[in-house]
Design a protein around this ligand. Structure first.
Ligand code: NAD
Length: 290
C-alpha cells in the first residue's frame, strides 16, 4: 500500500503507545481514522488532539476481546467512511510470573486481548477488505515474545506466539487466494509505552482477589525497568511500521540485535538441543524469581 491520503484506517489500542503514534502518522498522511480503545477518556483525548490538527477521526470504546465490540467498530467505520483500507490489530496487555502461578483470570485477560482481539479483527475486517477488492493492508502487533520464550512471561509469550503464527498463516492464505491485501507483523522489543501499567485498565471481572506472588512482583518490576529503559520511541516504531506497509514488508523487527537470540532458539530446535536462556545475550533485563 503506497497511497494513504483519503484511505480509512482502523487502529485498536489507539489511546496510548504505538496505537496513538500510528494514529498521529495516519493523520499526517491524510487518512480517515477509526480509533478504538477500552480507555474511553484517553481515547477521547487522542481524538481531540487529531481533530484539532484537522484530521477526520472518531473514537469507539471497544473491548477487543469481545467479538460484538469489534463488529460494532467495523459497522461504525463503514457507516462513517464507506470502506476500511488499513487495519492495526494492536491493543495488548501484559502479565508476568512463573507460568504455573498465573491465575485463570491472567490467562483469560491476556489471551482475550492479545490473541482473541487479533482473531476478532481478522475475522471481521478481512472479509470486508476482500469484498472491496482494492489495495489494503493488515498490521498485527506481536512482540519479540512471539519469537522467543523468555522466562516468567509465559502468558504473554503464548499470546504473542499465537499472533505470530496467525499472522504468518494470514499472509499465506491471502497469497494463495491472490488477494490484494498486504500483511505486516510488528515484533518490537522493550519500548517506553504504557504496557508495563496494563493493569490500569484490567476489567474488574478479570482482576484477582489474591495477592500477587513473589514471581509476579519480580516480573512486574523487571517489566517496568526494561520498558522504561527502552531506547527506541513509540513514534519511531510507528514510523518503521508505516515504512514496512509502504514496502509491503512482512516482518517489522524494530530491535534487530534481538535476532541473535531468535537465531539461537532456531538453532536449538534444529540441533535438538535444550532451550538456551533467551536473556543470555541480554542478562540485564531478565526477571529473577526470589
Ligand atoms: N511497549 C513494548 O515494550 C512492547 C513490546 C512488544 C510488543 N508490544 C505490544 O504493542 C502493543 C501496543 O502496546 P503499547 O506498548 O503501545 O502499550 P500501551 O499500554 O501504551 O497501549 C496499549 C493500548 O491498548 C489498550 N487496550 C488494552 N486492553 C484493551 C482491550 N481489551 N480492548 C481495546 N483496547 C485495549 C490500552 O487501553 C492501551 O491504550 C501491544 O499489543 C503490546 O503487547 C509492546
Amino acid at each position: 500500500m503506497k497511497a494513504f491520503a483519503g484511505k480509512a484506517a482502523v487502529i485498536t489500542g489507539a489511546a496510548s503507545g504505538f496505537g496513538r503514534e500510528f494514529a498521529r502518522i495516519g493523520a499526517q498522511l491524510g487518512m480517515k481514522l477509526a480509533l478504538a480503545d477500552i480507555q474511553a477518556d484517553a481515547l477521547a483525548a487522542t481524538v481531540d488532539e487529531l481533530r484539532a490538527q484537522g484530521a477526520l477521526a472518531f473514537g469507539e470504546a471497544v473491548d477487543v476481546s469481545r467479538a460484538a465490540d469489534v463488529e460494532r467498530l467495523a459497522q461504525r467505520t463503514l457507516d462513517a467512511y464507506g470502506a476500511v483500507h488499513l487495519l492495526f490489530n494492536n491493543a495488548g496487555v501484559a502479565a508476568g510470573g512463573l507460568i504455573w502461578e498465573q491465575t485463570l483470570k491472567d490467562w483469560e485477560w491476556v489471551l482475550g486481548v492479545n490473541l482473541w482481539g487479533v482473531v476478532h479483527g481478522v475475522r471481521t475486517f478481512v472479509p470486508i477488505m476482500l469484498a472491496q477488492g482494492d489495495e489494503c493492508h493488515v498490521v498485527n502487533t506481536a512482540s519479540v515474545a512471539g519469537l522467543l520464550s523468555p522466562q516468567m512471561m509465559g502468558v504473554y509469550n503464548v499470546s504473542k506466539h499465537g499472533v505470530v503464527t496467525l499472522t504468518e498463516t494470514l499472509y499465506q492464505d491471502l497469497r494463495v487466494t491472490g488477494a490484494r491485501i498486504g500483511v505486516s507483523l510488528l515484533c518490537p522489543a522493550f519500548v517506553p509505552t504504557g504496557i508495563a501499567q496494563s493493569h490500569r485498565h484490567r476489567p474488574a471481572s478479570l482482576r484477582d482477589e489474591s495477592a500477587p506472588t513473589a514471581s509476579m512482583i519480580a516480573a512486574q518490576k523487571a517489566s517496568e525497568k526494561a520498558v522504561s529503559s527502552g531506547r527506541i520511541s513509540a513514534g519511531e516504531v510507528a514510523q518503521m511500521t508505516f515504512d514496512a506497509i509502504r514496502e509491503n514488508r512482512f516482518y517489522v523487527i524494530t530491535h534487530p540485535k534481538i535476532l541473535a537470540s531468535v537465531e539461537l532458539r532456531l538453532h536449538d530446535v534444529i540441533a535438538q538441543r535444550n532451550p538456551t536462556d533467551p536473556f543470555s545475550l541480554e542478562p540485564r533485563v531478565a526477571p529473577r524469581p526470589d
